[in-house]
Design a protein around this ligand. Structure first.
Ligand code: B12
Ligand code: SF4
Length: 543
C-alpha cells in the first residue's frame, strides 16, 4: 500500500483500473502564485523567498502521488524529478511576469491551472485566468485557492458543515462571478485545506470520459479529508467537506515533495528549507489586524505529533541538501506563526529528539517578545540544538496608541519597548540573531515610525542586532465577516502605478488602497522617510 494513497482509494472508493486503449487522461497541471502588484520587481533588499511555499503546501499530496505508482498522477506531467516538477510552478510578483506565465502555458498546454491568491493578488489572479482563457479557451480547468478565498468563502459556523452555512464576502470570487462583476474565469474555487481535494480534482479530471466540470464535481466526495469548501460558480454548486481531519503525520511535507532551493542570507550560504509543524493555519494570539489570527484562520490541532514532524523535515532538509551537487550545508526556517505554538512541552520534545540524534542543521523561527522573555530557558535549550535566528513581530513601539495587540501579554510588567530591549538582550546573550517585522499604518504617528527606526538603527550600531527588518504597511484583509472590510471587492490593485508603488517594492505587504478602516492611507513623503531610515539601517551592514 503506498504511503500516500490516491484520494479515491483512501476513501475506499474503487478506482477504475483501465487497460488497453482505455487509459487515464494525462493530468497536465501547472500551479502559479498570482502577482501581488501591477508592475516592477521586488527590491533585493526586501525580505523575500523565491519559493511559492503556500502553493507547494497545497500541492504536496498531488506531487507525491506523482511519484507513486497506481494512480492517475503517476502519469501526469508532475511525474518527474523534483527539480523538473518545480518547472510547473511559478511565483509571480507583478504583471511584468506575465510573459513568462504565458510561455509556461504555451509550452505545457495544461488541462488544469491552479492559481493561488492572497488578497492583494486577486487582480493578478484575474489577469492570469484571462491569459489562460485567451490561450487555452475552456480546455483547461482553472482552480483558484489560497488565503484570499479562505477569508471570503467560509462557514458561518465551522461546526455546522453544510451548504446552508456557507457565506460569501463581497470579495468572494464565486460571488463576483455569480453577480457578473467578473466573467466566469474560475471554474472551481477551493476554500480551506486543499491538499487532498487538489489531488482528487486531478483524479476526477483524469478519469472522466469527457472533460467537464459536472464530472469533476460528482467525483468530489464530501469525505475527502480536510476542512474545505469547493465552489463551482458556473454550475451554482457548492460542496462542503464533512470535516474528516487531514492526517498530518501521513501527508508529505512541502520539502519532501519539492525539495529545497532557496537560501536565507542569515544562514550564510546554507540551503534553507521552509518547515511547518502543520498544526493548523491559525495563531492563538488572535491580534485584530492579522490574517493568521485563529478566529479567522482556524485553531490549532494535532499538536501532539508536531515536534516529530519538525524533526522529520529537518532530516529531509539535510538529505536533500546532501543531494545537491555542491553539497551545501543545511538550514531551516520554521514558518509556524509561533514556533511550535510556543508550547514548552512541544519544544522540549523537539529538543529531546535533537539531543538523542543531533542533526547538522541550524534553524530559525518566530516567537513573540514576551515568549522570548518568559521561555528563556527553552530558547537556551533550542540554541544549544541549533537555533540561530529568531524573527519577532515588533510592529510598533506603542501598542497602546493603536488600540492594543493581543500578543502584548506582559504589559503589566514593563512597557512594550522595554520588553523588546529585554528580549533582544536575551537573544544576544544566547548568540541568536534577531530579525524584526515592522507594521506601519496601525494608527501610529509618523513621528513614532521614525522614532522606532532611529532606535533600531542605534541598537544595530551598538549591539549588532537586529540584523534584519521587514517593513509592512497594514492592509485591511477580508477576514471573513469582519465589518471593516465589508465594502471592498479587492478587484483593484492595492497600489496604483507611481512613486508609492516604486517605494513599496522594498516592503513586505503594503497597499495604498486598502488601509485599515479609519486609518489614513500611506503618503509618499512618509514612506520616503521610512525608506531613508531603512537604507541607513542597512548601510551599517555594509560597513
Ligand atoms: C511562506 C509565505 C510566503 C512566501 C511564499 C508565498 C507563496 N505564494 O507561496 C513568500 C515570502 C514569497 C510570501 C509572499 C507574500 N505573502 Co506570504 N506567507 C507565507 C506564510 C509565512 C506561510 C504560507 C504557508 O505555506 N502556510 C501554510 C499552508 C498550509 O497554509 P496556506 O498558505 O493557507 O495554504 C493552504 C490553503 O490556503 C490552500 N491553498 C494555498 N494556495 C492554494 C492554491 C490553490 C490553487 C488551492 C486550490 C488552494 C491553495 O491550501 C493550502 C494547504 O492547505 C504565510 C503565513 C502563514 N503562517 O501561513 C504568509 C501569508 C500567507 N502571506 C501573506 C502575504 C500578504 C503575502 C504577500 C501578498 C505580501 C508579502 N510579501 O508579505 C506576498 C504574496 C506573494 C505571492 N505572489 O503569492 C499573508 C496573506 C494575507 C492575506 N489574506 O492575503 C500571510 C497570511 C501572512 C500574514 N499574516 O499576513 N509569503
Ligand atoms: S502574534 Fe503575530 S502571527 Fe499571531 S496573531 Fe499576532 S501578529 Fe498574527
Amino acid at each position: 500500500m503506498p504511503i500516500f494513497p490516491p484520494v479515491a482509494s483512501a476513501l475506499a472508493r474503487p478506482v477504475s483500473r483501465r487497460s488497453g486503449s482505455e487509459t487515464y487522461r494525462q493530468i497536465r497541471a501547472i500551479a502559479v502564485s498570482a502577482p501581488e502588484c501591477l508592475e516592477g520587481a521586488k527590491s533585493s533588499r526586501a525580505l523575500n523567498s523565491c519559493d511559492p511555499v503556500s502553493l507547494f503546501n497545497a500541492c504536496r499530496h498531488a506531487a507525491c502521488l506523482a511519484q507513486t505508482e497506481g494512480n492517475p498522477w503517476a502519469s501526469s506531467t508532475w511525474a518527474a524529478k523534483r527539480s523538473d516538477v518545480r518547472k510547473h510552478f511559478m511565483l509571480m510578483y507583478s504583471l511584468d511576469d506575465i510573459p513568462a506565465f504565458e510561455a509556461l502555458l504555451v509550452s505545457q498546454r495544461p488541462n488544469v491551472v491552479l492559481i493561488g491568491a492572497m488578497t492583494l493578488c486577486m487582480p493578478g489572479a484575474v489577469e492570469c485566468a484571462k491569459r489562460v482563457r485567451r490561450l487555452l479557451g475552456d480546455s483547461a480547468v482553472i482552480v483558484l485557492g489560497g488565503r484570499h478565498v479562505n477569508e471570503t468563502l467560509y462557514l458561518e459556523d465551522e461546526k455546522r458543515r453544510e451548504v446552508s452555512s456557507v457565506r460569501h464576502h463581497k470579495a468572494s470570487p464565486g460571488r463576483l462571478i455569480r453577480d457578473r462583476t467578473i466573467s466566469p474565469l474560475f471554474d472551481i474555487i477551493i476554500s480551506g485545506e486543499a491538499e487532498m481535494v487538489i489531488s482528487a480534482i486531478g483524479e476526477g479530471l483524469a478519469q472522466s470520459k469527457e472533460l467537464n466540470l459536472k464530472n469533476i464535481s460528482e467525483f468530489l466526495s464530501l469525505t475527502i479529508p480536510g476542512l474545505w469548501i469547493a465552489d463551482f460558480p458556473g454550475m451554482d454548486t457548492t460542496h462542503v467537506s464533512s470535516g474528516i481531519r487531514l492526517d498530518q503525520n501521513q501527508l508529505p511535507s512541502a520539502i519532501k515533495a519539492f525539495g529545497v532551493q532557496s537560501s536565507f542570507d542569515i544562514f550564510r550560504g546554507r540551503l534553507t528549507s521552509h518547515v511547518f509543524s502543520y498544526t493548523g493555519r491559525g495563531c492563538f494570539y488572535d491580534c485584530a489586524f492579522c490574517s493568521e489570527r485563529r478566529s479567522v484562520a482556524g485553531g490549532i490541532y494535532d499538536a501532539h505529533g508536531a515536534p516529530a514532524r519538525v524533526y522529520r523535515q529537518f532530516q529531509e532538509t539535510i538529505s536533500i541538501s546532501n543531494e545537491n551537487p555542491n553539497a551545501r550545508k543545511a538550514s531551516a526556517f520554521v514558518e509556524d506563526s509561533i514556533f511550535l505554538n510556543g508550547s514548552p512541552s512541544q519544544i522540549n520534545v523537539l529538543c529531546e529528539l535533537l539531543e538523542q540524534k543531533p542533526l547538522e542543521l541550524i534553524f530559525g523561527g518566530q516567537f513573540t517578545v514576551d515568549l522570548v522573555i518568559q521561555r528563556r530557558s527553552l530558547i537556551e535549550r533550542l540554541a544549544s540544538n541549533g537555533l540561530r535566528y529568531v524573527f519577532l513581530g515588533l510592529e510598533t513601539l506603542e501598542p497602546e496608541a493603536i488600540g492594543g495587540m493581543s500578543k502584548d501579554i506582559g504589559s503589566a510588567h514593563a512597557s512594550w519597548q522595554k520588553r523588546f530591549h529585554e528580549a533582544l538582550s536575551t537573544l544576544i546573550s544566547l548568540r541568536i540573531s534577531c530579525g524584526c517585522a515592522l507594521l506601519f499604518g496601525l494608527g501610529e504617528s509618523q513621528f513614532s515610525r521614525e522614532h522606532l527606526l532611529s532606535l533600531l538603527i542605534k541598537l544595530r550600531r551598538t549591539t549588532g542586532q537586529p540584523v534584519t527588518l521587514s517593513a509592512n504597511w497594514a492592509v485591511q484583509h477580508p477576514l471573513k465577516n469582519c465589518l471593516e472590510s465589508a465594502d471592498h471587492d479587492y478587484l483593484q490593485w492595492g497600489t496604483p502605478e507611481g512613486r508609492l508603488l516604486e517605494l513599496f517594492h522594498r516592503f513586505g505587504e503594503a497597499s495604498a488602497r486598502y488601509p485599515l478602516h479609519g486609518i489614513a492611507p500611506p503618503q509618499v513623503d512618509e514612506v520616503t522617510r521610512i525608506i531613508e531610515r531603512l537604507d541607513a539601517f542597512e548601510a551599517l551592514d555594509e560597513k
